[in-house]
Design a protein around this ligand. Sequence first.
Ligand SMILES: CC(C)(COP(=O)(O)OP(=O)(O)OC[C@H]1O[C@@H](n2cnc3c(N)ncnc32)[C@H](O)[C@@H]1OP(=O)(O)O)[C@@H](O)C(=O)NCCC(=O)NCCS
Length: 228
Amino acid sequence: MLVASLPRLPHWLLRHRGPVAGWGALRSLWSAPAIGRPVEAHELRTARLILRPYRVSDEADWRRIEDDEEVRHGLDWPLRTARQVREHLVDRTAHTTLARPGDLLVLAMELDGHVIGDVSLHLRTVALETRVAEIGWLQLTAAGGHGYATEAARAMLDLAFDELDACLVTAVVERSNIASARLALRLGFRPAGGTAHRATFVIAASEHRPDRAASGISSPRPESVEKL
Ligand SMILES: CC(C)(COP(=O)(O)OP(=O)(O)OC[C@H]1O[C@@H](n2cnc3c(N)ncnc32)[C@H](O)[C@@H]1OP(=O)(O)O)[C@@H](O)C(=O)NCCC(=O)NCCS
């Protein structure tokens, strides 16, 4: 029998509907929809920064980031061994394409030849009408307080709305992470609920680029549904 010959399924897939529905859910994960034209990481320039994919040669800068207690605390990262730090960097160099839900794209923030942090986008949903990405950021404590993370995140929002065609970008922030919440608000995100421990912020394309909304490309508050 087909079901009997299937591999053992994780418990969460079986929980409510039994093994056949669980198998269907697993299969739908394997064939998760992809966006028509994947977004590939490429170099972006802002007023003060170069944003680009990580390189293995960034190891010394990456080690400083992993050694930064505030970064580790903000992201709940463990203190890694030298080998794990290297492996983590190699892993980060590979996050360069957004095509399917769960994909991650990371751009290192380079200032004067050194990496001081990064901004990232997680693709959450793919359908154009509901395409959502989640933004992330981290920065060396020593480089904080100059607006570099804000500048990099703005460029990443440009990529999310212009290249990925996201209609919404979210940021999920630990409620105790005041610097991160301030950054989200500075970028124009607005609070949209969350859990006891984490706050969710959202920004729509029309909020990131109100000038375009005003020119009629989209409108955040239409006067009537006919004008949507
Ligand atoms: C979240 C994080 C990136 C914020 O760093 P930051 O230094 O506050 O952010 P910026 O680099 O954008 O700097 C903004 C600060 O510089 C000031 N600033 C100075 N010049 C500025 C400029 N040209 N533009 C914008 N802000 C400027 C701002 O007023 C702001 O200070 P304030 O919050 O006291 O008002 C940093 O705290 C971090 O990496 N934390 C650890 C990792 C982490 O928690 N990641 C998020 C997980 S959800």
